[in-house]
Design a protein around this ligand. Structure first.
Ligand code: GLU
Length: 474
Protein backbone atom coordinates (compact mmCIF):
# COMPACT_ATOMS: atom_id res chain seq x y z
CA UNK A 1 0.00 0.00 0.00
CA UNK A 2 1.41 3.34 -0.83
CA UNK A 3 1.16 5.77 2.04
CA UNK A 4 -0.70 9.05 1.67
CA UNK A 5 -0.87 11.36 4.67
CA UNK A 6 -2.12 14.88 5.02
CA UNK A 7 -2.04 18.00 7.10
CA UNK A 8 -5.40 19.73 7.32
CA UNK A 9 -5.12 23.09 9.05
CA UNK A 10 -8.04 25.42 9.61
CA UNK A 11 -6.73 28.80 8.45
CA UNK A 12 -7.99 30.85 11.34
CA UNK A 13 -4.53 31.88 12.54
CA UNK A 14 -0.83 31.37 11.99
CA UNK A 15 0.87 27.97 12.01
CA UNK A 16 1.39 27.32 15.69
CA UNK A 17 3.81 24.95 17.33
CA UNK A 18 1.22 22.23 17.87
CA UNK A 19 0.06 22.37 14.26
CA UNK A 20 3.62 22.35 12.99
CA UNK A 21 4.42 19.27 15.02
CA UNK A 22 1.32 17.49 13.68
CA UNK A 23 2.36 18.50 10.17
CA UNK A 24 5.88 17.21 10.80
CA UNK A 25 4.68 13.83 12.01
CA UNK A 26 2.29 13.48 9.08
CA UNK A 27 5.08 14.54 6.72
CA UNK A 28 7.46 12.00 8.26
CA UNK A 29 4.94 9.18 7.88
CA UNK A 30 4.77 9.91 4.17
CA UNK A 31 8.47 10.56 3.60
CA UNK A 32 9.52 7.50 5.61
CA UNK A 33 7.37 5.31 3.36
CA UNK A 34 8.23 7.09 0.13
CA UNK A 35 4.56 8.07 -0.06
CA UNK A 36 2.75 11.35 -0.54
CA UNK A 37 2.11 14.19 1.85
CA UNK A 38 -0.89 16.36 0.97
CA UNK A 39 -2.16 19.64 2.25
CA UNK A 40 -5.80 20.47 2.78
CA UNK A 41 -7.05 23.86 3.82
CA UNK A 42 -10.16 23.47 5.98
CA UNK A 43 -11.61 26.87 5.22
CA UNK A 44 -15.33 26.21 5.47
CA UNK A 45 -15.62 28.51 8.47
CA UNK A 46 -15.67 31.51 6.20
CA UNK A 47 -15.89 34.07 8.94
CA UNK A 48 -12.79 32.94 10.70
CA UNK A 49 -10.69 31.78 7.73
CA UNK A 50 -8.43 34.35 6.11
CA UNK A 51 -6.05 34.46 3.18
CA UNK A 52 -3.48 35.91 5.54
CA UNK A 53 -3.65 32.81 7.70
CA UNK A 54 -3.39 30.56 4.64
CA UNK A 55 -0.27 32.44 3.55
CA UNK A 56 1.18 32.24 7.05
CA UNK A 57 0.65 28.48 7.11
CA UNK A 58 2.34 28.03 3.74
CA UNK A 59 5.21 30.29 4.84
CA UNK A 60 5.67 28.35 8.07
CA UNK A 61 5.66 25.01 6.28
CA UNK A 62 8.12 26.23 3.68
CA UNK A 63 10.46 27.68 6.25
CA UNK A 64 10.49 24.36 8.08
CA UNK A 65 11.08 22.54 4.81
CA UNK A 66 7.88 20.52 5.09
CA UNK A 67 7.22 20.20 1.40
CA UNK A 68 3.92 18.87 0.16
CA UNK A 69 2.96 17.00 -2.96
CA UNK A 70 0.29 18.20 -5.37
CA UNK A 71 -1.73 21.41 -5.17
CA UNK A 72 -3.38 22.03 -1.80
CA UNK A 73 -7.07 21.14 -1.57
CA UNK A 74 -9.47 23.86 -0.40
CA UNK A 75 -12.69 22.67 1.18
CA UNK A 76 -14.58 25.75 0.00
CA UNK A 77 -14.00 24.58 -3.58
CA UNK A 78 -15.58 21.23 -2.95
CA UNK A 79 -19.17 21.99 -1.96
CA UNK A 80 -20.58 20.38 -5.10
CA UNK A 81 -18.84 17.12 -4.23
CA UNK A 82 -20.09 17.19 -0.64
CA UNK A 83 -23.62 17.89 -1.88
CA UNK A 84 -23.44 15.00 -4.31
CA UNK A 85 -22.51 12.54 -1.57
CA UNK A 86 -25.15 13.86 0.79
CA UNK A 87 -27.66 13.21 -1.98
CA UNK A 88 -26.25 9.74 -2.41
CA UNK A 89 -26.61 8.93 1.30
CA UNK A 90 -30.16 10.29 1.22
CA UNK A 91 -30.96 8.12 -1.79
CA UNK A 92 -29.66 5.08 0.07
CA UNK A 93 -31.59 6.02 3.19
CA UNK A 94 -28.31 6.33 5.10
CA UNK A 95 -29.21 9.91 5.90
CA UNK A 96 -32.50 11.60 6.59
CA UNK A 97 -34.17 14.96 6.92
CA UNK A 98 -34.69 16.18 10.46
CA UNK A 99 -37.18 18.98 11.11
CA UNK A 100 -36.65 19.36 14.84
CA UNK A 101 -36.53 22.97 15.87
CA UNK A 102 -33.64 24.57 17.73
CA UNK A 103 -35.93 25.03 20.72
CA UNK A 104 -36.85 21.38 20.82
CA UNK A 105 -33.20 20.34 20.64
CA UNK A 106 -32.24 22.85 23.33
CA UNK A 107 -34.94 21.69 25.71
CA UNK A 108 -34.06 18.08 25.11
CA UNK A 109 -30.39 18.78 25.79
CA UNK A 110 -31.19 20.62 29.02
CA UNK A 111 -33.40 17.80 30.23
CA UNK A 112 -30.81 15.19 29.43
CA UNK A 113 -28.10 17.14 31.22
CA UNK A 114 -30.34 17.70 34.24
CA UNK A 115 -30.95 13.95 34.40
CA UNK A 116 -27.21 13.34 34.30
CA UNK A 117 -27.35 11.88 30.79
CA UNK A 118 -25.15 12.58 27.79
CA UNK A 119 -26.77 15.11 25.47
CA UNK A 120 -27.75 13.33 22.27
CA UNK A 121 -30.33 13.45 19.54
CA UNK A 122 -33.28 11.20 20.38
CA UNK A 123 -34.00 10.12 16.81
CA UNK A 124 -37.43 11.74 16.57
CA UNK A 125 -37.20 12.18 12.78
CA UNK A 126 -35.22 9.01 12.13
CA UNK A 127 -38.16 6.90 11.06
CA UNK A 128 -40.69 9.32 9.63
CA UNK A 129 -42.95 7.84 6.96
CA UNK A 130 -43.13 9.24 3.44
CA UNK A 131 -46.45 10.78 4.36
CA UNK A 132 -44.95 12.49 7.41
CA UNK A 133 -42.13 13.87 5.31
CA UNK A 134 -44.62 15.14 2.75
CA UNK A 135 -46.53 16.90 5.49
CA UNK A 136 -43.41 18.79 6.54
CA UNK A 137 -42.31 19.55 3.00
CA UNK A 138 -42.30 23.31 3.57
CA UNK A 139 -40.44 23.18 6.87
CA UNK A 140 -36.74 23.91 7.27
CA UNK A 141 -34.63 20.82 7.86
CA UNK A 142 -31.14 19.58 8.47
CA UNK A 143 -29.78 16.27 7.23
CA UNK A 144 -28.64 13.71 9.72
CA UNK A 145 -26.48 10.69 9.18
CA UNK A 146 -28.23 7.49 10.16
CA UNK A 147 -25.66 6.13 12.57
CA UNK A 148 -25.77 2.36 13.16
CA UNK A 149 -27.57 1.58 16.41
CA UNK A 150 -25.92 -1.70 17.14
CA UNK A 151 -22.38 -2.88 17.53
CA UNK A 152 -19.39 -0.67 18.09
CA UNK A 153 -16.65 1.15 16.27
CA UNK A 154 -13.19 -0.25 16.92
CA UNK A 155 -9.94 1.19 15.66
CA UNK A 156 -6.30 0.75 16.54
CA UNK A 157 -4.85 4.15 17.07
CA UNK A 158 -1.10 4.24 16.49
CA UNK A 159 -0.62 6.36 19.57
CA UNK A 160 -3.51 5.52 21.84
CA UNK A 161 -3.91 1.85 21.09
CA UNK A 162 -7.24 0.08 20.62
CA UNK A 163 -10.27 2.30 20.97
CA UNK A 164 -13.79 0.97 21.05
CA UNK A 165 -16.93 3.06 21.14
CA UNK A 166 -20.41 1.54 21.25
CA UNK A 167 -22.69 2.89 18.57
CA UNK A 168 -25.27 3.58 21.26
CA UNK A 169 -22.88 6.32 22.42
CA UNK A 170 -23.10 8.06 19.06
CA UNK A 171 -26.19 9.90 17.94
CA UNK A 172 -27.23 10.81 14.43
CA UNK A 173 -24.82 13.51 13.40
CA UNK A 174 -25.98 16.48 11.36
CA UNK A 175 -24.13 16.32 8.03
CA UNK A 176 -25.88 19.23 6.32
CA UNK A 177 -27.19 22.35 8.02
CA UNK A 178 -30.44 24.12 7.15
CA UNK A 179 -29.69 25.54 3.73
CA UNK A 180 -27.54 22.57 2.80
CA UNK A 181 -24.01 23.51 3.91
CA UNK A 182 -22.14 20.37 4.86
CA UNK A 183 -20.75 20.10 8.38
CA UNK A 184 -17.16 19.72 9.41
CA UNK A 185 -17.03 15.97 10.05
CA UNK A 186 -18.68 15.20 6.77
CA UNK A 187 -16.23 17.30 4.73
CA UNK A 188 -13.26 15.68 6.44
CA UNK A 189 -14.54 12.22 5.62
CA UNK A 190 -15.21 12.99 1.98
CA UNK A 191 -11.84 14.68 1.56
CA UNK A 192 -9.87 11.93 3.25
CA UNK A 193 -11.54 9.45 0.96
CA UNK A 194 -11.17 11.46 -2.25
CA UNK A 195 -7.56 12.31 -1.44
CA UNK A 196 -6.81 8.63 -0.89
CA UNK A 197 -5.55 9.27 2.63
CA UNK A 198 -4.15 6.15 4.25
CA UNK A 199 -2.82 7.78 7.43
CA UNK A 200 -4.61 10.42 9.46
CA UNK A 201 -2.26 12.09 11.92
CA UNK A 202 -3.94 14.80 13.98
CA UNK A 203 -4.37 16.30 17.42
CA UNK A 204 -6.08 14.22 20.07
CA UNK A 205 -8.78 16.88 20.33
CA UNK A 206 -10.21 15.14 17.27
CA UNK A 207 -10.35 11.67 18.75
CA UNK A 208 -14.07 11.92 19.54
CA UNK A 209 -14.78 12.64 15.89
CA UNK A 210 -13.07 9.51 14.69
CA UNK A 211 -15.76 6.88 15.42
CA UNK A 212 -18.34 9.11 13.74
CA UNK A 213 -16.08 9.63 10.75
CA UNK A 214 -15.46 5.89 10.51
CA UNK A 215 -19.20 5.19 10.39
CA UNK A 216 -19.67 7.72 7.62
CA UNK A 217 -16.72 6.32 5.66
CA UNK A 218 -18.29 2.88 5.94
CA UNK A 219 -21.65 4.17 4.80
CA UNK A 220 -19.97 5.65 1.74
CA UNK A 221 -18.18 2.39 1.03
CA UNK A 222 -14.80 4.09 1.51
CA UNK A 223 -11.70 2.33 2.84
CA UNK A 224 -10.66 3.27 6.37
CA UNK A 225 -7.40 5.11 6.96
CA UNK A 226 -5.13 4.40 9.88
CA UNK A 227 -5.22 6.91 12.72
CA UNK A 228 -2.68 8.49 15.03
CA UNK A 229 -3.94 11.03 17.56
CA UNK A 230 -1.13 13.09 18.97
CA UNK A 231 -1.23 14.39 22.56
CA UNK A 232 -1.15 18.08 23.25
CA UNK A 233 1.78 20.33 24.09
CA UNK A 234 2.04 22.02 27.46
CA UNK A 235 3.97 25.15 28.37
CA UNK A 236 6.95 25.16 30.75
CA UNK A 237 4.42 25.59 33.58
CA UNK A 238 2.36 22.49 32.76
CA UNK A 239 -0.59 24.45 31.34
CA UNK A 240 -1.77 24.06 27.76
CA UNK A 241 0.67 25.87 25.47
CA UNK A 242 -0.67 29.28 24.58
CA UNK A 243 0.46 32.74 23.65
CA UNK A 244 1.28 33.44 27.27
CA UNK A 245 4.29 31.17 26.89
CA UNK A 246 5.96 33.47 24.40
CA UNK A 247 6.23 32.66 20.74
CA UNK A 248 3.86 29.96 19.61
CA UNK A 249 3.70 30.74 15.92
CA UNK A 250 6.36 29.07 13.85
CA UNK A 251 7.27 32.26 12.04
CA UNK A 252 7.80 33.98 15.36
CA UNK A 253 10.56 31.49 16.04
CA UNK A 254 12.13 32.64 12.84
CA UNK A 255 11.75 36.28 13.91
CA UNK A 256 13.38 35.40 17.20
CA UNK A 257 16.43 33.94 15.50
CA UNK A 258 15.95 30.19 15.45
CA UNK A 259 17.08 28.00 12.60
CA UNK A 260 14.46 25.83 10.92
CA UNK A 261 16.66 22.78 11.60
CA UNK A 262 16.61 23.55 15.32
CA UNK A 263 12.86 24.09 15.45
CA UNK A 264 12.22 20.94 13.44
CA UNK A 265 14.53 18.89 15.64
CA UNK A 266 12.93 20.39 18.69
CA UNK A 267 9.43 19.60 17.42
CA UNK A 268 10.19 16.02 16.47
CA UNK A 269 11.41 15.30 19.99
CA UNK A 270 8.42 16.99 21.54
CA UNK A 271 6.42 13.81 21.88
CA UNK A 272 8.51 11.30 19.97
CA UNK A 273 11.74 9.54 20.80
CA UNK A 274 14.26 7.17 19.32
CA UNK A 275 16.33 5.74 22.13
CA UNK A 276 17.97 8.64 23.91
CA UNK A 277 19.13 10.44 20.78
CA UNK A 278 18.48 14.19 20.89
CA UNK A 279 19.93 15.52 17.66
CA UNK A 280 18.33 14.41 14.42
CA UNK A 281 19.07 15.53 10.93
CA UNK A 282 16.13 15.59 8.58
CA UNK A 283 17.36 12.35 7.03
CA UNK A 284 17.64 10.65 10.40
CA UNK A 285 14.13 11.71 11.35
CA UNK A 286 12.84 10.16 8.16
CA UNK A 287 14.90 7.05 8.72
CA UNK A 288 13.87 6.43 12.33
CA UNK A 289 10.37 7.83 12.57
CA UNK A 290 7.64 5.43 13.62
CA UNK A 291 4.12 6.43 14.63
CA UNK A 292 4.19 3.83 17.36
CA UNK A 293 7.07 5.68 19.04
CA UNK A 294 4.96 8.77 19.63
CA UNK A 295 4.33 9.33 23.34
CA UNK A 296 0.85 9.01 24.71
CA UNK A 297 1.41 11.64 27.37
CA UNK A 298 1.37 15.37 26.73
CA UNK A 299 4.79 16.94 26.24
CA UNK A 300 6.06 20.07 27.91
CA UNK A 301 7.71 22.86 26.00
CA UNK A 302 11.24 23.63 27.06
CA UNK A 303 12.79 26.80 25.73
CA UNK A 304 16.24 25.98 27.06
CA UNK A 305 16.38 22.84 25.04
CA UNK A 306 15.35 24.73 21.93
CA UNK A 307 18.11 27.25 22.58
CA UNK A 308 20.61 24.46 23.02
CA UNK A 309 19.59 22.89 19.72
CA UNK A 310 19.73 26.24 17.98
CA UNK A 311 23.24 26.83 19.12
CA UNK A 312 24.21 23.32 18.16
CA UNK A 313 22.96 23.86 14.61
CA UNK A 314 24.50 27.31 14.29
CA UNK A 315 27.85 25.72 15.05
CA UNK A 316 27.53 22.49 13.11
CA UNK A 317 25.47 23.15 9.99
CA UNK A 318 27.39 24.19 6.88
CA UNK A 319 28.06 27.91 7.37
CA UNK A 320 26.41 28.68 4.00
CA UNK A 321 23.13 27.32 5.29
CA UNK A 322 23.30 29.36 8.49
CA UNK A 323 24.40 32.40 6.49
CA UNK A 324 21.29 32.27 4.33
CA UNK A 325 19.14 32.54 7.43
CA UNK A 326 21.39 35.21 8.93
CA UNK A 327 20.93 37.31 5.79
CA UNK A 328 17.20 37.29 6.45
CA UNK A 329 17.87 38.78 9.89
CA UNK A 330 20.14 41.50 8.54
CA UNK A 331 17.43 42.37 6.02
CA UNK A 332 15.00 42.51 8.90
CA UNK A 333 17.26 44.95 10.72
CA UNK A 334 17.59 47.01 7.57
CA UNK A 335 21.34 46.37 7.39
CA UNK A 336 22.69 45.75 3.89
CA UNK A 337 25.39 43.12 3.77
CA UNK A 338 26.47 43.84 0.22
CA UNK A 339 29.63 45.63 1.27
CA UNK A 340 31.54 43.79 3.89
CA UNK A 341 32.72 40.32 4.72
CA UNK A 342 31.09 37.16 3.43
CA UNK A 343 28.29 36.15 5.79
CA UNK A 344 29.81 32.71 6.21
CA UNK A 345 32.85 34.30 7.84
CA UNK A 346 30.65 36.16 10.30
CA UNK A 347 28.81 32.93 11.09
CA UNK A 348 32.06 31.12 11.79
CA UNK A 349 33.28 33.91 14.02
CA UNK A 350 30.08 34.47 16.00
CA UNK A 351 28.32 31.08 16.26
CA UNK A 352 29.88 30.31 19.63
CA UNK A 353 28.91 33.62 21.08
CA UNK A 354 25.14 33.76 20.63
CA UNK A 355 22.04 31.67 21.13
CA UNK A 356 20.09 33.00 18.18
CA UNK A 357 20.65 34.43 14.72
CA UNK A 358 18.77 37.54 15.72
CA UNK A 359 21.42 38.21 18.33
CA UNK A 360 24.10 37.33 15.82
CA UNK A 361 22.84 39.93 13.38
CA UNK A 362 22.44 42.51 16.14
CA UNK A 363 25.97 42.13 17.43
CA UNK A 364 27.51 41.92 13.96
CA UNK A 365 26.26 45.11 12.40
CA UNK A 366 29.72 46.75 12.72
CA UNK A 367 30.88 44.52 9.89
CA UNK A 368 28.44 46.15 7.49
CA UNK A 369 27.28 49.46 8.90
CA UNK A 370 29.24 52.42 10.27
CA UNK A 371 29.79 52.55 14.01
CA UNK A 372 27.55 55.44 14.92
CA UNK A 373 28.29 55.56 18.61
CA UNK A 374 30.12 53.76 21.37
CA UNK A 375 28.44 51.73 24.09
CA UNK A 376 28.41 54.02 27.11
CA UNK A 377 30.02 51.61 29.56
CA UNK A 378 32.67 50.41 27.19
CA UNK A 379 33.57 53.96 26.19
CA UNK A 380 33.70 55.08 29.79
CA UNK A 381 36.12 52.35 30.63
CA UNK A 382 38.29 52.09 27.55
CA UNK A 383 38.15 55.29 25.54
CA UNK A 384 39.96 57.39 28.12
CA UNK A 385 42.85 59.81 27.66
CA UNK A 386 45.37 57.08 28.56
CA UNK A 387 44.22 55.16 25.52
CA UNK A 388 45.21 57.90 23.11
CA UNK A 389 48.85 56.89 22.77
CA UNK A 390 47.87 53.31 22.31
CA UNK A 391 45.35 54.09 19.59
CA UNK A 392 47.73 56.42 17.76
CA UNK A 393 50.46 53.78 17.82
CA UNK A 394 48.32 50.87 16.68
CA UNK A 395 46.66 53.00 14.04
CA UNK A 396 50.03 53.78 12.46
CA UNK A 397 51.03 50.16 12.45
CA UNK A 398 47.74 48.96 10.99
CA UNK A 399 47.77 51.68 8.37
CA UNK A 400 51.25 50.62 7.27
CA UNK A 401 50.35 46.97 6.71
CA UNK A 402 50.65 45.95 3.09
CA UNK A 403 48.77 42.73 3.63
CA UNK A 404 45.60 42.84 5.69
CA UNK A 405 45.70 39.41 7.37
CA UNK A 406 44.87 38.05 10.79
CA UNK A 407 48.54 37.29 11.42
CA UNK A 408 49.74 40.76 10.49
CA UNK A 409 47.05 42.41 12.58
CA UNK A 410 48.01 40.24 15.53
CA UNK A 411 51.69 41.09 15.07
CA UNK A 412 50.85 44.82 15.00
CA UNK A 413 48.91 44.58 18.26
CA UNK A 414 51.84 42.81 19.87
CA UNK A 415 54.26 45.38 18.52
CA UNK A 416 52.21 48.17 20.12
CA UNK A 417 52.19 46.30 23.44
CA UNK A 418 55.96 45.94 23.28
CA UNK A 419 56.67 49.50 22.16
CA UNK A 420 54.50 51.08 24.85
CA UNK A 421 55.27 48.39 27.43
CA UNK A 422 51.61 47.69 28.16
CA UNK A 423 49.65 44.47 28.42
CA UNK A 424 47.42 43.05 25.73
CA UNK A 425 44.23 44.30 27.38
CA UNK A 426 45.38 47.89 27.35
CA UNK A 427 45.70 47.76 23.58
CA UNK A 428 43.01 45.28 22.74
CA UNK A 429 40.13 46.85 24.60
CA UNK A 430 40.40 50.44 23.31
CA UNK A 431 40.96 49.09 19.81
CA UNK A 432 37.94 46.80 20.11
CA UNK A 433 35.66 49.58 21.30
CA UNK A 434 37.00 51.89 18.58
CA UNK A 435 36.35 49.44 15.77
CA UNK A 436 33.21 47.59 16.93
CA UNK A 437 31.58 50.24 19.11
CA UNK A 438 31.44 47.92 22.12
CA UNK A 439 33.47 45.79 24.47
CA UNK A 440 32.30 42.42 23.16
CA UNK A 441 33.59 40.88 20.00
CA UNK A 442 35.28 37.70 18.89
CA UNK A 443 39.05 37.51 18.67
CA UNK A 444 40.22 40.96 17.69
CA UNK A 445 42.66 39.98 14.95
CA UNK A 446 40.07 37.82 13.18
CA UNK A 447 37.38 40.46 13.64
CA UNK A 448 39.50 43.26 12.24
CA UNK A 449 40.61 41.10 9.34
CA UNK A 450 36.98 40.98 8.16
CA UNK A 451 36.67 44.77 8.09
CA UNK A 452 38.46 46.75 5.36
CA UNK A 453 41.80 48.22 6.47
CA UNK A 454 40.77 51.79 5.61
CA UNK A 455 37.57 51.43 7.63
CA UNK A 456 39.49 50.23 10.67
CA UNK A 457 41.90 53.14 10.40
CA UNK A 458 39.07 55.63 10.00
CA UNK A 459 37.20 54.22 13.00
CA UNK A 460 40.29 54.62 15.16
CA UNK A 461 40.40 58.28 14.14
CA UNK A 462 36.78 58.67 15.18
CA UNK A 463 37.57 57.11 18.55
CA UNK A 464 40.45 59.50 19.02
CA UNK A 465 38.18 62.44 18.20
CA UNK A 466 35.71 61.09 20.71
CA UNK A 467 38.39 60.97 23.44
CA UNK A 468 39.49 64.51 22.60
CA UNK A 469 35.99 65.88 22.71
CA UNK A 470 35.47 64.25 26.08
CA UNK A 471 38.65 65.80 27.40
CA UNK A 472 37.51 69.22 26.31
CA UNK A 473 34.18 68.80 28.06
CA UNK A 474 35.71 67.87 31.40
N1 GLU B 1 -8.74 21.25 10.67
C1 GLU B 1 -8.48 20.49 11.85
C2 GLU B 1 -7.63 21.30 12.79
O1 GLU B 1 -7.00 22.26 12.38
C3 GLU B 1 -7.79 19.17 11.55
C4 GLU B 1 -8.74 18.10 11.19
C5 GLU B 1 -8.12 16.77 10.87
O2 GLU B 1 -6.87 16.68 10.84
O3 GLU B 1 -8.85 15.85 10.62
O4 GLU B 1 -7.58 21.00 13.96
Amino acid sequence: MSVVSRFAPSPTGYLHVGGARTALYAWLVARAAGGKFLLRIEDTDRERSTQEAIDAIFAGMKWLGLDWDEEPIYQTQRFARYGELIEQLMGEDKAYKCYCSQERLETMREEQMAAGLKARYDGKCRNLTAAEHAEKADQPFVIRFRNPQEGSVVFDDHVRGRIEIANTELDDLIIARTGGTPTYNFCVVVDDWDMGITHVVRGEDHINNTPRQINILRALGAPLPEYAHVAMILGDDGKKLSKRHGAVSVTEYRDNGYLPEAVLNYLVRLGWSHGDQEVFSREEMIQYFKLSDINKAASAFNTEKLNWLNQHYMKTLPAEQVAAELLWHFDNLGVSTEDGPALVDVVKLQAERVKTLKEMAEISSYFYAPVTGFEANAAQKHLRPVAKNVLVDIQQRLKALTEWTTENIQASIQATCAALEVGMGKVGMPLRVAVTGGGNSPALDATLALIPQATVVARISLALEFINSREEQS
